[in-house]
Structures are given as structure tokens and as C-alpha cells.
Write a protein that binds this ligand. Structure first.
Ligand code: GDP
Length: 525
């Protein structure tokens, strides 16, 4: 194995997908605690009063108590380098979350034991399915009264279509969480809480005799259930897991650190390492090729004292060395990486080298956009990250016309970062672009950031559209004449977008004009 392949083999790059409140930040902290966190790239989470690196680049974030930035946390465990890419938990930031999933090789689906599959979890799961990202399920909060374990498995199977294959099984329920049976090692493990869960939980291996004597009935019941699982064929199957047909399941309580170590072990043992990533031609780029990376997130002005723009890049092949001059595939221009970082926000640290799977932050990344490729040596380009169909549309206008120039710059910046898509039309003119987003909170972000970073107050007005479809130059004039329809050009790529008040309106138009070109924005889902 080459040195680069060896480095790649010991990388695990993943995201935690969950519904708000399922315990993602608690889990993130627990993971970092179990491992030894090397660097914390930006916000682990921004909940007021919580531990973790709070990124204070935006007052809005504080006021809402949510984390808007996504960043990567690096830590080492059992000789493996983990890159945990943070996904913003709030439903409104879903587009950003989707992009983050383009950078990972595996996802941990975190469920609340009392709630099971919740809407946001399912939405994110759909992205994993689309990208065929293997999913490990962690059922959290087992220390609290929740649902039956078998019932939760049924729900997972029904909602995701994946066969759940528990690799641990809980002993005890509803406030009496004694430990787990590790189905792979064939062991019973008892967990003992340490004060506040602040340090690792104490794990004791029990022989069957000890388990029977010390735990009794709960253990016997767990044992019977484990036998049942084996009978119905719910054993871990590596191929099925990698083929996105099954999901290994673990039980635990992140708050007391129960089961977190076993999740890390599962990541080391079964989660996929970085693999060759297909380029635009569909040819997988071997890991040993010269450096290539995919920009999956761009963020500006994170730190008021460093007015800059950071691009987050997932290394896809080769070895990254700080100082390299790379090529930006979209423009063919050189890009200097003198200021590569693994940490940003309040604390910054430079990163000197990185390997496939690692996430690096590049500063001064004015020209980079999410989905862009950077490479060294012969040209390569990775497919664009599909942009998700916006469902909310607002017009933006500058309040003080002497600030028009800043307004234009600000909107351009928001577009470049992918905060919103920008739509224009002759009818509405240049002064009044339409902003489009997956979630409505993005508009607050735009307003807030234009005021804070560009000193420009804007007025936003909601438009009565909820559906966008791609169209072409022939269909556009016909569509423009229909009631409840308006046609725009998306400035980022020049695509023609028809906006409809709702699905019903679109069907009506299609009934009268069946030959119109109207395609969903994410063509391959
Ligand atoms: P997030 O919104 O998904 O990041 O969720 P948080 O990590 O902020 O957790 C939401 C709430 O659930 C917090 O009050 C946590 O203390 C609590 N919580 C998280 N994990 C556990 C757990 O394993 N057991 C219990 N009892 N509570 C938990």
C-alpha cells in the first residue's frame, strides 16, 4: 500500500444526521471526549451556556441559539483520524446540510429513543440514500423512558427501507439502562455512570453468570431478544451496509457517554474509509493521484477581525501540503494555499498536511464556490453538488439607494456562499432581485449579514410562489404569459426557472400546454 493509501485507510469522515434535540451536540461532545479532539474547526454548537466552541461571528446565531456554521471537528481514536463534519441542525438550513453530506463517507443517524424517525432525520436520510452514503443508526437517550427497541427497528425499516442490524442491544429500558449486549463480540457490558457524564462511562464486562446474578430479568429479556434477532437474520452484513441496504444499529445515551465508545469502535471497524471519487466523466480518481479536493462550503466574515472568506475543502486524492499552488477547475486560475487552516472561528491553527478524507479550511477564497474542484497536476473536476429546489422566494431591495453598490456586492456574496440563489428578470429589473431558498430563515440571514457586513439595510417581500422548475428558452415566453407563473434567470448558472404558486397551478398549465419543458431542479432524485 502506498503512503497515501495508508493514510486514507485510517480516515473516517462522517456527519451526524438528526432532528433538532435528538442530542447531536451532546453526541459531538461525547465523541470528542472519548477520542482526543485535536482541533475544533469552528462551531461544534452554538447553544448559549453550553460547552463547545461557540462561533460568535453572527449575532443572529446567538439570538436564535442555533448553530448556523458548519465546520469540521478532527479527532483521533484507535489510530484513526476522524473528521466529523458538522451539519446545522435547524430545518431551515437544510441546503447547507445537503452540501455537507457531499463531503462525507458515512453518516450516523441519531434518533431519540422516545421519538424514533422524525421529519428532519428522514429528509437528511433521503440525501444519504441519494448519495448512497452508508448509514449507522444510534438510538440515543436510552436512559429515559422511550419506545420498545423492536418497535423502533420496525419503524426504521419501514421509513428508510434499510434492514436494521443491531450490533449492540440494550439491557433494560425506561430509566433502567444497565448496559448492552455486544452482538459481534458476544459480550454483555455494564455501564456505570460517572458524575455528569463528564468523563468516559465505566464499562464492565460481565460473564453470563454475573449478568444473570447482577442484572437478572432485564438481562434475560435482552438475551431472548438478541436470539430472536439472530433467528430473523438481523445480523450485521458488511456488504449490505456498504450497498446501502442495511443499517447497523447501536443503543446508548450520549449524555452519560453510554455506548459512545462502541460507536467509535464501529466506525473504525465497519465504516468505509475514503474511496476514489468519480470525476465529471464518471472515472473514479485514484487516491494516489496528485491532490484534488471538493469545496463543499464557503463562509465569509466568520470572524469580524478577519474579514475573509473561508472555503471548506474535502480532500479527495493525494497529499495536501500547505503552501501548494493549486488550480481552481472552474476558472483555470491558480490558488495559493499559504493560509490553509484546520481551525477557524475564534481559534485558528494552520494545517500543514492533509490526506484523502480530511477537511481543510482555505482562507482568502474569494473565487471559490460550493461544488468547485481544486487540483494539483493534470486537470480534474468533480461533479457539481446538486442544488436543492428552493421553496421560498422573496424580493430584496435596498432601503437607501446611495447604498446600491454595497447592496449588489452583498447579494453577490450571499449567492457565492450559497446562502440563497439569486433570480433576475427583465420585468423586475436589476434593483430588485428575487432571492430563493430552501428554508425561510435564509432571508433573515441575508438581511442580517447585509446590515452587519455591508452596512446596508434591505427590505424583503415574500412572493407567492412555492415551486420552481427548470425550463428552456422556447417554453419560457409561453410560461411567462400564464397566470400564477413567472420566469427568471438564475444568475449563478444562467438556468431558466419558472416559478409557480403551487403544484396545482403547474399541473393546470401543463394540462393546457403539455409540451412545455418543466424539469425538477434535482433531476436525478
Ligand atoms: P441537538 O439539538 O440535537 O444538538 O440536541 P442536544 O445535544 O442539544 O440535546 C437536546 C437535549 O437532550 C439536551 O437537553 C440534552 O441534555 C438532552 N440529551 C442528549 N442526549 C441525551 C441522553 O442520552 N439522555 C438524556 N436523558 N438526555 C439527553
Amino acid at each position: 500500500m502506498t503512503a497515501i493509501a495508508q493514510q486514507a485507510a485510517r480516515r473516517r469522515t462522517f456527519a451526524v444526521i438528526s432532528h433538532p434535540d435528538a442530542g447531536k451536540s451532546t453526541m459531538t461532545e461525547a465523541l470528542a471526549l472519548h477520542a482526543s479532539a485535536i482541533t475544533e474547526a469552528g462551531a461544534v454548537h452554538g447553544k448559549a451556556g453550553r460547552r463547545g466552541v461557540t462561533s460568535d461571528w453572527m449575532d443572529l446565531e446567538k439570538a436564535r441559539g442555533i448553530s448556523i456554521t458548519s465546520a469540521a471537528l478532527r479527532f483521533e481514536y484507535r489510530g484513526h483520524m476522524f473528521n466529523l463534519v458538522d451539519t446545522p441542525g435547524h430545518a431551515d438550513f437544510s441546503e447547507d446540510t445537503y452540501r455537507v453530506l457531499a463531503a462525507v463517507d458515512c453518516a450516523v443517524m441519531l434518533l431519540d429513543a422516545a421519538k424514533g424517525m422524525e421529519p428532519q432525520t428522514l429528509k437528511l436520510f433521503e440525501v444519504c440514500r441519494h448519495r448512497r452514503i452508508p448509514v449507522i443508526t444510534f438510538i440515543n437517550k436510552w436512559d429515559r423512558p422511550g419506545r420498545e427497541a423492536l418497535e423502533l427497528l420496525d419503524e426504521i425499516e419501514e421509513r428508510t427501507g434499510l434492514r436494521p442490524t443491531p450490533i449492540t442491544w440494550p439491557i433494560g429500558t425506561g430509566g433502567f439502562f444497565h448496559g448492552v449486549i455486544d452482538r459481534i463480540a458476544g459480550q454483555s457490558v455494564r455501564y456505570t455512570r460517572t458524575p455528569g457524564g463528564a468523563t468516559k462511562a465505566i464499562e464492565t464486562e460481565l460473564t453470563p453468570e454475573q449478568a444473570l446474578a447482577e442484572i437478572g430479568e432485564d438481562w434475560e429479556r435482552a438475551k431472548e431478544e438478541v436470539d430472536l434477532l439472530t433467528e430473523i437474520g438481523s445480523d450485521h452484513d458488511q456488504k449490505a451496509f456498504e450497498a446501502h441496504e442495511s443499517t447497523p444499529v447501536l443503543f446508548g445515551a450520549a449524555l452519560s457517554n453510554f455506548g459512545v465508545g462502541r460507536l467509535l469502535d464501529a466506525m473504525v471497524d465497519i465504516a468505509p474509509a475514503p474511496a476514489p471519487r468519480p470525476d465529471v466523466k464518471g472515472d473514479p480518481r485514484p487516491l494516489e493521484e496528485p491532490f484534488s479536493g471538493l469545496v463543499f462550503k464557503v463562509q465569509a466574515n466568520m470572524d469580524p477581525s478577519h474579514r475573509d472568506r473561508i472555503a471548506f475543502v474535502r480532500v479527495c486524492s493525494g497529499r495536501f501540503e500547505r503552501g501548494m499552488v493549486l488550480t481552481h477547475a472552474a476558472t483555470g486560475r491558480p490558488f495559493a494555499t499559504k493560509y490553509a487552516q484546520s481551525v477557524f472561528g475564534q481559534e485558528r491553527a494552520t494545517i500543514d498536511e492533509a490526506f484523502p478524507g480530511d477537511v481543510i479550511g482555505l482562507v482568502n477564497a474569494t473565487a471559490l464556490r460550493p461544488g468547485d474542484t481544486l487540483y494539483d497536476g493534470p486537470a480534474v473536476e468533480f461533479p457539481k453538488i446538486p442544488s436543492f429546489a428552493p421553496e421560498h422566494f422573496w424580493t430584496a431591495r435596498v432601503r437607501d439607494s446611495s447604498r446600491s453598490k454595497q447592496f449588489r456586492k452583498g447579494i453577490e456574496q450571499m449567492e457565492g456562499e450559497g446562502v440563497v440563489q439569486v433570480l433576475r428578470s427583465d420585468i423586475r429589473g436589476d434593483q430588485s432581485p428575487v432571492l430563493a431558498a430552501v428554508g425561510p430563515m435564509q432571508f433573515d440571514v441575508v438581511k442580517h449579514r447585509l446590515a452587519g457586513e455591508f452596512n446596508t439595510e434591505i427590505a424583503l417581500d415574500r412572493l407567492d410562489f412555492s415551486l420552481a422548475r427548470l425550463t428552456d428558452a422556447e417554453s419560457a415566453p409561453i410560461l411567462a404569459r400564464q397566470r400564477g407563473v413567472e420566469v427568471f434567470t438564475r444568475t449563478l448558472d444562467g438556468a431558466l426557472l419558472a416559478l409557480f404558486t403551487d403544484e396545482w397551478r403547474m399541473r393546470g398549465v401543463l394540462r393546457d400546454h403539455p409540451d412545455l419543458v418543466l424539469e425538477p431542479l434535482l433531476a436525478d432524485t
